[in-house]
Design a protein around this ligand. Sequence first.
Ligand code: ADP
Ligand code: MG
Length: 238
Amino acid sequence: MPSIQLQRLVKRYGGLEVLHGIDLDMAENEFTVLVGPSGCGKSTTLRMLAGLESVSDGDIVVDGRSIAHLDPKDRDIAMVFQDYALYPHMNVARNMSFSLRLKKRPRDEIDRKVRATAEMLGLTPYLDRKPGELSGGQRQRVAMGRALCRDAGIFLFDEPLSNLDAKLRGQMRAELAMMRQSVRKNMVYVTHDQIEAMTLADRIVVMNGGHIQQQGTPSELFRRPVNRFVAGFLGSPP
Ligand code: ADP
Ligand code: MG
């Protein structure tokens, strides 16, 4: 499993700089959670990792090798989006097997992978259904399953639970925490939900205004926030 380094990473849109040189080290198998208010640069950071946005300055290094200018398809990365972005005309099984079919992997390997992943996510009864015939929570699981079936080394999640109601979000949060035990991968997870951050993270990175305010384990940040912003954001005692 890879380690990931962001080195003085900068993003500019036209003349406007929105990420001001971010430094971040993620160890292998670490579950890193990026938190911070809307507009602070979480999605931009994730999209640059995935190669969906260009890097304006600085570098992204995975296992000692720069990937900053690699094509998205040549990166060992799978991403789960906030709006799921499922293929509406394909059933669950075909959504999940999409990238393996694209890579022309053997049929039995694809079937095995899809069945095992569906089983883990409780999707076995729904493999023949189209996304439009599923609930929000089930669609969210399919998006997760499709990413897991890609067999990438790095998984990126951009607020995957934000479209679910509070009850389902709580349930999915617990399921994610369980999945995390069985799928040992590098995960970078964006949320603006403090509870999600505190329950899922090995390491929390608090961002604000295109800067990293603080990073550390959940308990380090909770007990020793470096400033009021971090304290307020994670609900630490004053
Ligand atoms: P977050 O995910 O933390 O809510 P984003 O990474 O989406 O924040 O956005 C960070 C900043 O970059 C915001 O000020 C946003 O308006 C700006 N931004 C994001 N995408 C674009 C774009 N395509 N063009 C111009 N500005 C953008
Ligand atoms: Mg965002």
